[in-house]
Design a protein around this ligand. Structure first.
Ligand SMILES: *[C@@H]1O[C@H](CO)[C@@H](O)[C@H](O)[C@H]1NC(C)=O
Ligand SMILES: *[C@@H]1O[C@H](CO)[C@@H](O)[C@H](O)[C@H]1NC(C)=O
Ligand SMILES: *[C@@H]1O[C@H](CO)[C@@H](O)[C@H](O)[C@H]1NC(C)=O
Length: 447
């Protein structure tokens, strides 16, 4: 090769290498900026970040077959869902309170629904009126909720930025919600700024698919000053009409507009926080006040404070499905709080009381399943059939009370000392089966 050409090639390679190095440096800087921007002053993030305790959930060692008789059932993973139907936060340990795991299902999105109801007994067409209700939404009707990310940040006095007066310290921390949003852009100054922000998001996350994220924060226990901005309103969740705290004003209007677009909801939406002084009381299969010492309650959980599920049961169901769009059935589709290993498939079906290191639990009833688990938690895409179709065939008529409705996993009530009591639970602890027996599911709706 001629030496000037050689020189040229070397220069070109040097320039290329230098460009890549500076792009990487820029990318690192962006990532650092993003991290510090997303840190909440005076607080620390709780939960497991990185490898999930469920990462080996498909392993044959968790199929629950051929278990050693001495093998104790174990707590594999813990999850909370701070905003109903949004992404979970995985924990290594948790407080257990009246409403279940602390921070679980304390927020809920609603949409304004107009419905025709009969005024009195009688004909809907003669004697009816139109009512407007704020009705809860879930992944079942809005699958995109599954793609809204949540983080929990709580006050941390050891943080260098800690001050009792810091905004989110005053609210006992916050739930940071975020969703991906790529704005439209065009060839003008504003448009180019937007395009640059899209490029920055891809570079910071070193992922060509990455999109800029939009964030909003929700107070965990707002102080008086903050609370004075909210109103209490009646909302609808299943058959209940609790009064809850309308905290929609925590989401800037522009963000709310983008969120509606992201979710694909055209009705007005509002965000509610459960009223800590006014739990929805739980009856049906739950223990009564005479037994538990207080009447169990929930925030925005569907029906009972805690849900539990054996990994082996999900593996067993997975084997019977032929048309699942994913290679395995992800147990996270069922949105349990507590996942267990070392129990035979469906062993939990007959549990009546169980106990971990710190606390006993009343296993109230089986969990009836709708088609919500058809939503793939990774993509947010809802399959038209599975796993619901197979569950109906294999897990219907398991519970006499539930009839044809398929059941999987159990609902529980923690047996605390009193309504203000507190327990603890941790991944890796044993779960001892104290009592087994019959279950009969008491339905919410008669059909
Ligand atoms: C909730 O508050 C927002 C803003 O503060 C308000 O626009 C909306 O009408 C309220 N929603 C309900 C259900 O009262
Ligand atoms: C469970 O933990 C709570 C505190 O979190 C404690 O007060 C209680 O004594 C513990 N109970 C048992 C049985 O260890
Ligand atoms: C759960 O995950 C955490 C974090 O990766 C890890 O430290 C811990 O050992 C895991 N626990 C069990 C019981 O697998």
């Amino acid at each position: 090769m001629d030496s000037s050409l050689q020189g040229g090639v070397i220069a070109l390679i040097t320039i290329l290498a230098a460009s890549i190095a500076s792009l990487l440096a820029f990318s690192n800087q962006l990532r650092k900026d993003q991290e510090s921007e997303s840190t909440i002053p005076g607080c620390r993030r709780i939960g497991l970040i990185g490898r999930s305790n469920m990462s080996d959930q498909y392993s044959p060692k968790h199929n629950g077959e051929n278990l050693d008789s001495s093998a104790a059932c174990k707590i594999k993973a813990l999850f909370i869902y701070p905003v109903k139907s949004c992404k979970p936060v995985e924990l290594e340990d948790s407080d257990v309170i009246l409403t279940g795991l602390r921070y679980d299902r304390q927020f809920c999105f609603t949409q304004l629904k107009t419905e025709q109801v009969e005024k009195e007994e009688g004909d809907l067409s003669v004697n009816s009126e139109w009512v407007h209700n704020w009705k809860f939404i879930t992944q079942r009707n809005v699958p995109r909720l599954s793609q809204v990310d949540t983080q929990i940040w709580i006050p941390d006095p050891s943080s260098p930025t800690y001050s009792p007066k810091a905004e989110w310290v005053k609210s006992q921390g916050c739930v940071v919600c975020s969703f991906a949003f790529t704005p439209e852009w065009s060839w003008n100054m504003n448009g180019l700024r937007t395009a640059f922000s899209i490029f920055k998001a891809k570079l910071a996350q070193r992922d060509i698919e990455a999109e800029p994220r939009i964030t909003f924060k929700l107070p965990i226990a707002p102080d008086e000053e903050r609370s004075s901005k909210y109103t209490r309103e009646v909302m609808k969740i299943w058959k209940d009409s609790p009064t809850a705290i309308n905290i929609t004003s925590e989401i800037p209007p522009e963000t709310l507009g983008k969120l509606k677009y992201f979710l694909g909801v055209s009705n007005p939406i509002a965000l509610f926080k459960a009223d800590p002084l006014n739990h929805r009381k739980v009856f049906r299969n739950a223990p009564r006040i005479e037994e538990a010492g207080y009447q169990p309650g929930v925030g925005f959980a569907d029906a009972y404070p805690l849900s539990i599920m054996g990994v082996a049961s999900v593996q067993k169901v997975s084997k019977t499905i032929t048309n699942l769009p994913t290679p395995h059935l992800d147990a996270l589709r069922f949105r349990a709080n507590i996942y267990l290993t070392n129990a035979p498939p469906f062993a939990e079906d007959d549990w009546k009381q169980i106990r971990s290191r710190n606390l006993s639990y009343h296993v109230s009833c089986r969990t009836t399943r709708c088609d919500l688990p058809n939503v793939d938690p990774v993509t947010g895409i809802k399959d038209r059939a599975e796993p619901y179709k197979t569950l109906k065939q294999t897990r219907g008529f398991v519970d006499k009370g539930a009839g044809a409705h398929p059941v999987l996993g159990m609902q529980m009530v923690p047996l605390l000392e009193d309504a203000a009591g507190k327990g603890e639970i941790r991944v890796g602890e044993e779960m001892e089966v104290v009592k087994t027996g019959e279950h009969f599911y008491i339905r919410l709706f008669q059909d």
